[in-house]
Write a protein that binds this ligand. Structure first.
Ligand code: SF4
Ligand code: SF4
Length: 196
């Protein structure tokens, strides 16, 4: 009997905090996900997706130097040069990032000499097909913003670049065309392809 009451006391002690929050709901700090999706705010330091920084004109500063690719311990980055650069010595064509193998170590962000890359906290990347975890991060093939801006005419400038989108990497990973997946289901949700 003694053991029974000790067990009961221990149970009540354990439940004390639960009962406290039951009668003080305004003090609850636990966030109810996904109900709180509209108001959920994650810390900026959360690393959930690799993304490009773009300037005010929508251009990047990637020189296709491949340093990030070489630094990545998991071969999660594949930088593809534009076969026929328009105006610069090297121009980026595709920047392939494999979320399925990335460990979010941040090395690629740190080694980039031009601060092209950043990690953002967008974490809802779950899909049913692993092939959809391979992204192309650049919105266009072409030179960097500073090089492009040497051409003052906007129309002429646009002829120097070609649009690229999230799943149009040169791999067999085109999400749009996977069997059983309706076209458009995985449309990019931002201009960078990867949701911001
Ligand atoms: S965060 Fe680390 S593992 Fe992921 S792509 Fe960058 S270097 Fe590679
Ligand atoms: S993202 Fe940075 S490190 Fe990687 S290829 Fe472009 S300029 Fe080089």
């Amino acid at each position: 009997m003694h053991v029974f009451f000790r067990g009961l006391l221990s149970l009540f002690k354990g439940m004390k905090i639960t009962w406290y929050y039951l009668v003080h709901p305004s003090t609850v700090v636990t966030q109810q996900y996904p109900e709180n999706r509209a108001t959920l705010k994650l810390a900026d330091r959360v690393r959930a997706q690799l993304a490009f920084n773009y300037d005010e004109n929508g251009f990047h500063k990637c020189t296709s130097c491949h340093i990030c690719e070489e630094a990545c311990p998991n071969a999660s980055i594949h930088v593809i040069d534009r076969p026929k650069p328009a105006i610069a010595k090297n121009e980026l064509d595709h920047f392939i990032w494999r979320l399925d193998s990335c460990t979010f170590c941040n090395l690629c962000v740190l080694v980039c000499p031009f601060q092209v890359l950043k990690m953002n906290p967008t974490f809802e990347s779950s899909v049913f097909d692993q092939r959809l975890l391979v992204y192309n991060l650049t919105t266009y093939a072409g030179a960097t913003g500073p090089v492009l801006m040497k051409q003052p005419d906007a129309e002429a400038r646009n002829k120097l670049i070609e649009p690229r989108s999230v799943y149009d990497g040169p791999t067999a990973l085109e999400g749009y065309h996977l069997a059983g997946i309706p076209p458009g289901l995985y449309e990019p949700t931002s201009t960078t392809g990867v949701p911001k």
